[in-house]
Ligand binder design. Structure first.
Ligand code: BG6
Length: 486
């Protein structure tokens, strides 16, 4: 299906890392699949390239390798490149924006301004757009991180909100664009089977893990001022949590879905700073080995300040104060340089209330549903079954649903879906201001506590599952982190 209408997609940060790795490759894929209207144009805005020819050379050198990972269709690439225009502009100089207005004047269709820039530029760029009248009727896309805490994100939202209405603002959380996250909605609300069990009476605890093998790569400087709580928990993990825990929305209309997610975020049990050491663990990786290769400590990564106390791992116990979830712990964890790259949700169901089949029917962890988001999309349901032979001995077995077997054509990349949604004006997969601020409000006591002097993260060796304290936290609830076999 093609985008609804012609469009002009203006990409600020046109030579940045995100443009190179994600945005331009996603637009190319959408183009190759025939999903972009023929009269859609991409206008890259940057300072580094002198003119269009220079920019296209950069695209050839830096973007094409990311695209060709999946095999490139040269004819599609050649016609994709034809869509690109270039405007050289210094984003810090509001006066330069008249050049942009002139470049955009002959172009028709929906205007999208994508700010793939640092957050410090969000407000000046929006103001400069407004000063030359380019905000009217346009859509604006803001990348994360949107602010550093509640105060700074409110300040950005207030300033942007004076220029664009909420319906014009698309705040990206790329996890919401991932196919398996969409599938989670399908699993929960497309099947009558799970919904009656999806509540405190039947669920003992839920775990959500986003583990990475990668370290901070070339982003040491950014990451050191950010840390895992801001980089992953405030957004991706809390968004996943809200989708796992939300009430069924009455439709998939953007505000119907976002209203329900917001209710979850507002129902998170507020954090008492005296309890933080019991419900939150932070860690920082030391040198270690990942898949046989030695990797350095976080503290020695380029851009990281000496003696940095920035966390590269977070584990949390979260509670949701509503009728559906009261008393059910949600355990969240994320970290860099862990033992595996995996994102998954584990729903642990309660054991049977009375074991007519003997003690083996009370085995903890036997009744569980694992929803794996990456690296491979899979749903696995563990149940107990009788072992063959004499007697009634039960053992854990599982039913598997591997999505690539049913849908061999593969998944759409998160950015591709999200960019098409922006062009088509669909807001459901973008974070609304109130959701974002509720998430900041909830994490704030932890941020403050961890920023206080003398507090340091717990060490863990790269290539492990994080500090021992994260396991000890779960042991207090008679459970453990469940790491699925691939
Ligand atoms: C980004 C974070 O939002 O998500 C990165 O800034 C992290 O630090 C990335 O590596 C993880 O995304 P994915 O899609 O690779 O799981």
């Amino acid at each position: 299906m093609q985008t609804d209408s012609g469009f002009t997609f203006v990409l600020f940060g046109g030579t940045g890392d995100l443009a190179m790795r994600k945005i331009l490759p996603a637009l190319y894929e959408a183009h190759r699949a025939g999903m972009l209207a023929d009269n859609g144009k991409i206008v890259a805005v940057a300072r580094h390239s002198a003119d269009l020819a220079d920019y296209l050379q950069w695209v050839e050198q830096h973007v094409k390798p990311h695209v060709s990972k999946n095999g490139i269709d040269e004819a599609a690439w050649a016609s994709f490149v034809q869509r690109i225009a270039y405007v050289r502009l210094d984003l810090g100089r509001a006066a330069d924006f008249t050049l942009l207005r002139e470049a955009l004047e002959p172009l028709n269709g929906t205007r999208v301004f994508y700010l793939a820039t640092g957050p410090s530029l969000f407000v000046p760029v929006c103001q400069a757009l407004a000063a030359v009248g380019l905000n009217a009727g346009a859509r604006i896309v803001l990348e994360k991180p949107l602010g550093y805490d509640l105060k700074s994100s409110t300040a950005i939202n207030d300033a942007v909100g004076e220029i664009f209405t909420e319906g014009q603002i698309y705040r990206i959380d790329h996890y919401l664009g991932k196919e398996p996250v969409q599938n989670l909605l399908a699993l929960r609300f497309g099947n009558a089977l799970f919904e009656p069990l999806w509540r405190r009476e039947w669920v003992e605890s839920i775990q959500i893990t986003i583990a990475e093998e990668l370290g901070v790569e070339a982003r040491g400087d950014f990451y050191d001022n950010t840390g895992a709580l801001r980089d992953m928990v405030q957004n991706h993990l809390l968004q996943l949590l809200s989708i796992v825990a939300m009430e069924p929305p009455h439709s998939m209309d953007s505000d119907a879905v976002r209203d329900e997610k917001l209710r979850v975020l507002r129902a998170l049990k507020p954090i008492d700073s005296r309890d933080i050491s019991k419900i939150a663990v932070r860690g920082q990786y030391h040198a270690g080995v990942i898949r046989g290769t030695p990797v350095p400590a976080y503290s020695t990564e380029p851009g990281v300040k000496p003696g940095s106390t920035t966390e590269t791992f977070v584990a949390l116990k979260v509670e949701i104060e509503n009728w559906r979830w009261a008393g059910v712990p949600f355990f969240l964890r994320t970290g860099k340089r862990l033992a595996d790259r995996v994102a998954e949700i584990v729903v642990n169901f309660r054991a049977v209330p009375h074991s007519a089949l003997g003690p083996s029917a009370l085995r903890p962890g036997a009744n569980r549903l694992v929803i794996r988001l990456q690296p491979n999309e899979m749903i696995r349901l563990y149940c107990l079954a009788k072992q063959p032979g004499e007697g009634m001995n039960l053992s854990s077995v599982h039913l598997d649903l591997a999505f690539d077997q049913f849908f061999p054509e593969g998944q759409m990349e998160a950015y591709q879906r999200l960019l098409l949604d922006v062009i088509n004006g669909r807001l459901a997969l973008f974070v609304r201001r109130d959701e974002q601020e509720a998430a900041w409000r909830w994490v704030e006591p932890i941020l403050n506590e961890w920023a206080s002097p003398g507090k340091t993260p717990k060490p863990y060796a790269a290539g492990t599952w994080g500090p021992a304290a994260a396991s000890a936290m779960l042991a207090q609830h008679d459970t453990c982190w469940l790491e699925e076999e691939n």
